[in-house]
Design a protein around this ligand. Structure first.
Ligand SMILES: C[C@@](CO)(OP(=O)(O)O)[C@H](O)COP(=O)(O)OP(=O)(O)OC[C@H]1O[C@@H](n2ccc(N)nc2=O)[C@H](O)[C@@H]1O
Ligand SMILES: Nc1ncnc2c1ncn2[C@@H]1O[C@H](COP(=O)(O)OP(=O)(O)O)[C@@H](O)[C@H]1O
Length: 298
């Protein structure tokens, strides 16, 4: 018997970042939108804890106890006083180290899969608490849809979304480390006061109305200058997407994946074709959001 859970990637349609806190994290106003690129995590009973991974970038995914899927299984097992005897197989489609919460998706997916496999019957709040211990983005991977994340991004308020948004994602030739991007954000802001991060009402209204033109002018990412500073070639990808007709072009979270908002599905496919031919990225995918959160597959 095994359980498979499908979990979406995310794009940040607003990422407001405050000053570094004493614990090294940053307070955020993080408006998440789940998009239809998915990892699948399959949990099967085994003699010990084992992780395997297949798909693009699988060679860059750790298979030891640092893998977020393994950590999720251990955390749930410890809470319920059992051994984490499970084989977790990750079928990866979310770009690795791409700013699209791939590792977080695997953590949330493994947690839900083990909960179902072991019949632990943990409540939603218990699962969310474990997710928050695993990482700032992990709670959102569990719930999906759209949400505002405050604190370090783990305190979620669900958001209304009035329609589908169509995106193009350009994957970069290499990854960017999230802590390195936050450190670069701190370095770039050394000489100025960093305001408290607050959600932008224009972003929330655009999501609620499903208004793509309004969302296009409202999207912001405070980590973008830091990501571009560490990876300047991303400016060429952003320019190529804009020239291809994207309504908005931005770095996804800490990057280096770049995200392009398209007027509709057909334009997304056209923009993807132009980006693919531009030679400014490794791979291009289209996706739409909101997508559902972690879901057990039949
Ligand atoms: C930037 C964002 C935007 O959604 O995601 P990515 O774009 O990387 O996917 C998130 O804040 C990333 O969340 P996540 O990847 O879960 O981060 P965590 O494991 O909690 O933290 C990794 C490291 O990132 C930094 N970090 C993370 C979150 C936060 N609010 N402040 C931080 O300074 C810290 O250096 C921390 O040690
Ligand atoms: N299940 C996992 N999948 C991908 N990366 C993981 C996983 N568990 C731990 N990691 C580590 O987390 C780092 C960040 O990867 P990822 O979550 O894909 O990107 P991001 O934080 O930019 O969204 C990787 O470089 C990898 O070392």
């Amino acid at each position: 018997m095994s359980v498979t859970v499908r979990v979406p990637a995310k794009v940040n349609v607003q990422l407001a970042v405050g000053a570094a806190r004493p614990d090294g994290f940053h307070d955020l106003a993080n408006v998440f939108l789940a998009v239809s690129l998915y990892d699948e995590i399959t949990a099967t009973p085994a003699d010990g804890l084992r992780v395997t991974c297949e798909g693009p970038g699988a060679d860059r995914v750790p298979l030891d106890r640092t893998n977020l899927a393994a950590r999720a299984a251990e955390a749930l097992a410890e809470r319920y006083g059992r051994s984490p005897d499970v084989h977790l197989h990750i079928a990866k489609d979310i770009p690795v180290a791409g700013g699209m919460a791939g590792g977080s998706a695997d953590g949330a997916g493994a947690l839900l899969a083990c909960d179902a496999l072991w019949g632990t019957g943990a409540s939603r709040d218990e699962l969310l608490a474990i997710c928050a211990e695993l990482g700032s983005d992990v709670p959102f991977s569990l719930v999906g849809g759209a949400a505002l994340g405050t604190g370090r991004g783990e305190k979620l308020t669900g958001l209304e979304v009035g329609g589908d948004f169509h995106w193009v994602f350009a994957m970069a030739a290499r990854g960017l480390s999230t802590p390195a991007v936050f450190r670069e954000f701190d370095r770039l802001g050394e000489d100025r006061d960093i305001p408290e991060p607050v959600a932008d009402q224009a972003v929330l209204d655009a999501l609620a109305k499903g208004d793509v033109a309004a969302l296009a002018v409202a999207v912001t990412n405070d980590l973008q200058p830091a990501a571009l500073s560490l990876f300047p070639e991303l400016s060429d990808t952003l320019a190529a997407g804009r020239a291809a007709g994207a309504l908005a072009a931005l770095v996804s979270g800490s990057g280096p994946t770049t995200a392009f908002l398209a007027p509709d599905a057909k334009s997304a496919s056209d923009i993807a074709g132009v980006l693919r031919a531009s030679g400014t990225c490794r791979d291009v995918r289209t996706a739409s959001g909101p997508a559902p959160g972690a879901t057990v597959r039949d």
